[in-house]
Design a protein around this ligand. Structure first.
Ligand code: ADP
Ligand code: MG
Length: 256
């Protein structure tokens, strides 16, 4: 059964979806990312936590080249991200991003927000893009809002549109940078529930969040950052019950 073993091998070879090798980045004198080694496998949900200013957002932004790096390497599904050009746009589209501040296009309707990238980057025809956008808006529970503008929606609804927009590109991984931090408390759960469902569906996710309930229930792994370094990595059970580093113990004592 040569065919079967070949297929297995090819799956194993691409199992590492996001690989950061000795990634270093400075902002002037600030060494914001220091020797970051991180491998995220297909289907894994990694929650990144750590104090404000520890480099979590910068880490996310380097993964899809919203920020350049000074040294090291980042591989997405086995491919190194090029510096620029069409190849970068295509590879970047494999990495979805959901921001704290939603970042929807204010002058486009909800439906147009979810169609745009499909048409511009994925070259999907308009009718297919609209069908997919409507299906995704239904999936995140905002199908009836399709013709409104972002400002007419609640924060929780806008963030669910942002998730639909990310999904519309068929990303291999989605990065969430504090997706619920800007939301009123009563809207946090409706966004976390959509994210929980994505995790159950097998989406590969990197989630920067202070929502420890989400980390406990959805994460395969917790990565704790401080001062630009990964200080500790563990399962949520291990991390929350018995953090090893003093930095993590101190951090948890403040937020739990
Ligand atoms: P976190 O998301 O963990 O709060 P950030 O990645 O946003 O941390 O920031 C890490 C450090 O880098 C902070 O000290 C921040 O002030 C600094 N920083 C972030 N972005 C820039 C930038 N574009 N220019 C200069 N310094 C920056
Ligand atoms: Mg941040």
């Amino acid at each position: 059964m040569t065919e079967v073993s070949v297929a297995k091998d090819s799956v194993a070879a691409t199992d590492e979806l996001v690989v950061l090798k000795s990634v270093n980045k400075h902002f002037g004198a600030l060494h914001v990312l220091q020797d970051i080694d991180l491998t995220i496998t297909r289907g894994e949900v990694v929650v990144v936590i750590g104090p404000s200013g520890s480099g979590k957002s910068t880490l996310c932004r380097t993964i899809n080249r919203l920020e350049t790096i000074d040294a090291g390497e980042i591989l997405i599904d086995g491919k190194s991200l090029p510096q620029e050009g069409k190849e970068l746009a295509r590879l970047r589209a494999d990495v979805g991003m959901v921001f704290q501040s939603f970042n929807l296009f204010a002058h486009k309707t909800v439906l147009e927000n979810v169609m745009l990238g499909q048409i511009k980057v994925r070259r999907t025809d308009k009718q297919k893009a609209e069908e997919k956008a409507r299906a995704l808006l239904d999936r995140v529970g905002v199908g009836t809002q399709a013709d409104k503008y972002p400002a007419q929606l609640s924060g929780g609804q806008q963030q669910r549109v942002a998730i639909a927009r990310a999904l519309a590109m068929d990303p291999k991984v989605i990065l969430f940078d504090e997706p619920t931090s800007a939301l009123d408390p009563e809207m946090i759960n409706e966004v976390l529930e959509v994210m929980q469902q994505l995790a159950r569906d097998g989406m590969t996710m990197v989630v920067v969040t202070h929502e420890m309930g989400f980390a406990r229930s959805a994460a395969n792994r917790v990565v704790f950052m401080a001062d630009g370094r990964i200080v500790e990595e563990a399962t949520p059970e291990q991390f929350f019950s018995a953090p090893r580093s003093d930095r993590a113990k101190d951090f948890l004592s403040k937020i739990l």
